[in-house]
Design a protein around this ligand. Structure first.
Ligand SMILES: [Ca+2]
Ligand SMILES: [Ca+2]
Ligand SMILES: [Ca+2]
Ligand SMILES: [Ca+2]
Length: 391
């Protein structure tokens, strides 16, 4: 009897100990030298209607930067016990105000009962740490919950409004936010052997209608799905293949002829430009080896001369940002800068709202290169971000 009493007491003690155990927290020297202070209450999200902001993901965190009074500063941050894979800002529910859209992956259960979930979260203005809307579990709709996820917003069905486009490791999908629910409009066939990587909507074949363009890392090419009707896409066309895998493919006019090209980069450590010629996507330009995976790539008129330049971020032994410009004949490397920190994403966007795009890099730090400052790096903030966009 006494043994049972002692055992019960020990069990109760252990139970109390386990309940009082704090979850592990990041401790740095600064916090050790200071008295503990209660955390600040979370700031509400402010999405500016007439101005762009930067949003990035660093795994457990989403961070929003706002440019004001000559500086970029963090205006919102949300941490969660799970993985934020991608985020973007845009008016996805057509209510005239922007939303922040995020792809969130989390686990429930333990051991053999562990289940991975993947959902789309929609944050509205004023949200602190809880999204206004969450989609159904995408893994229940046949989407692989683990692995790399990429997201962009774009008008994929040519209805004049943006949809949510996601590349998963086994398929690509299109979603719509109707203000109360976030239904999946379409899912591609199984692409797991081809490893879909980036995705976006753009007029790749210059017929005045947008297509879905996605990069295939294992396929070493990009695929273009034509919009058919009633939120279905098909008639897929493949580009010429390259060697060593494609991480990114997107659409822009980079030679100033008024027609779009498809621009890409990836494990090949090169920059590629494809032209749409007689129904085929043909490699028109490939750079030399740029010294690292070209997995950050974007295009914009950085110097305001009405010709789009191409910005490439390289990740490898040498981490760089490189700007290419078309000279009427070919693409020339016109600017190059090295820094510490692996480039994992790059976005061309007007992050300081002066009407001209900057080169915004996720390179562990957030880096902004502004031509008006001779492309010199204008902002750096240590955050560990691996995905970034500007809206
Ligand atoms: Ca088209
Ligand atoms: Ca062109
Ligand atoms: Ca330009
Ligand atoms: Ca700007």
């Amino acid at each position: 009897m006494r043994t049972i009493f002692y055992l019960s007491a020990i069990l109760l003690f252990l139970l109390l100990m386990s309940c009082s155990e704090e979850p592990p927290t990041n401790i740095n020297n600064e916090s050790l030298s200071k008295k503990p202070t209660p955390p600040n209450p979370p700031e509400p999200l402010v999405l500016l209607h007439n101005a762009n902001q930067i949003v990035g993901c660093s795994g457990s965190k989403i961070v929003v930067w706002t440019y004001s009074g000559g500086i970029y500063s963090v205006s919102w941050e949300n941490s969660s016990s799970g993985d934020y894979n991608a985020a973007a800002i845009g008016d996805v529910d057509r209510d005239g105000n922007d939303e922040l859209v995020a792809v969130f992956i989390y686990e429930t259960g333990r051991g053999r009962n562990k289940i991975t979930h993947k959902v789309i979260q929609i944050f509205e203005n004023g949200d602190t740490d809880t999204p206004t809307r969450v989609s159904g579990d995408l893994t229940e709709e046949g989407v692989n919950g683990i692995g790399y996820t990429y997201m962009r917003l774009g008008d994929a069905n040519n209805d004049g409004h943006i949809e949510i486009l996601i590349a998963h490791s086994n398929c690509i999908s299109v979603h719509n936010d109707n203000g109360s629910e976030i239904p999946m409009l379409w899912k591609s066939e199984d692409l797991s052997a081809l490893d879909p990587w980036s995705i976006e909507a753009g007029d790749a074949d210059n017929d005045g209608q947008n297509e879905i363009v996605y990069a295939e890392l294992a396929g070493q090419r990009f695929g273009v799905y034509e919009y058919v009707e009633n939120n279905t896409w098909g008639n897929r066309l493949y580009s010429e293949t390259i060697l060593y895998g494609l991480d990114r493919a997107f659409v822009a006019d980079v030679d100033g002829d008024g027609l779009n090209e498809v621009i890409g980069g990836g494990n090949a450590s090169m920059l590629f430009v494809w032209e749409y010629i007689n129904g085929n996507y043909v490699v028109e330009f490939e750079s030399g080896n740029l010294g690292g995976f070209t997995q950050g790539i974007g295009s914009g008129d950085f110097d305001n001369d009405e010709l789009n330049e191409i910005a490439v971020g390289t990740a490898g032994a040498d981490n760089k940002v490189i700007v290419f410009k078309h000279n009427g004949t070919t693409y020339l490397n016109i600017y190059e800068d090295s820094f510490l920190g692996m480039v994992s994403d790059l976005f061309a966007g007007d992050s300081d709202n002066d009407g001209v795009k900057e080169i915004v890099l996720a390179a562990s730090d957030l880096l902004v290169y502004d031509y008006t400052n001779q492309y010199n790096q204008t902002y750096s903030n240590s955050t560990g971000i691996f995905q970034v966009i500007v809206k």
